[in-house]
Design a protein around this ligand. Structure first.
Ligand SMILES: [Zn+2]
Length: 188
């Protein structure tokens, strides 16, 4: 469909969501480094080579610093997942309602402009509103069939990535059998 504004809005939105997906995957990848190093240290300390353990710890300064680095990476994963979950909720809501907000006026339909008036030689400024030029004052766009399909497909992909992230974290935790590490099954 030519000039399908809803589709253009959805495409822009989905691009932002996929940038967040990239951040999320990067945060998972970053987490594996301190996580595995800490496991190696534990193994070396537990009947392995104390020198090898110290060499790994040396990269971080101390064992506490290595543990802190792992926690910092986990916090980053949770933050990325929270952002992603918020976006997923908005995508789902747009699909259910069949409308999407105009990104220029954020659904308000108005654009505020500063105006100036001159009275008795003094200049006063005030805010005036005019109809949003992007959506012609409507605030929202009804989703076309094309934008609906595109949004539904993108939502499936993002849901899958989130699922994979949860499985990934569970797998590395299970495989090392480390206790005390709490990964929420569905981080809100
Ligand atoms: Zn608008």
């Amino acid at each position: 469909m030519v000039n399908d504004q809803a589709y253009l809005e959805i495409r822009g939105y989905v691009e932002d969501v996929f940038a967040l997906v990239d951040q999320y995957l990067q945060s998972l990848s970053d987490y594996t480094v301190p996580f595995i190093n800490l496991e190696k240290v534990r193994r070396e300390e537990d009947g392995g080579s104390r020198i090898k353990a110290l060499l790994i710890i040396g990269q971080y300064g101390s064992k506490e610093a290595l543990e802190k680095e792992k926690d910092r990476c986990l916090t980053k994963i949770k933050a990325a997942q929270k952002k992603l979950n918020d976006k997923i909720a908005l995508m789902r809501s747009a699909l259910e309602k069949g409308v999407t907000k105009c990104s220029m006026c954020n659904g308000v339909g108005k654009k505020y402009v500063a105006r100036y008036s001159r009275e008795d030689g003094a200049v006063a400024s005030y805010l005036d509103s005019e109809g949003c030029p992007n959506c012609s004052g409507m605030g929202t766009y009804e989703l076309s069939l094309q934008s609906r399909d595109y949004l539904a497909h993108s939502l499936k992909v993002v849901d899958k990535v989130k699922e994979l992230g949860i499985i990934f974290l569970q797998t590395i935790n299970d495989s090392t059998g480390s206790a005390g590490l709490c990964i929420d099954k569905d981080i809100p």
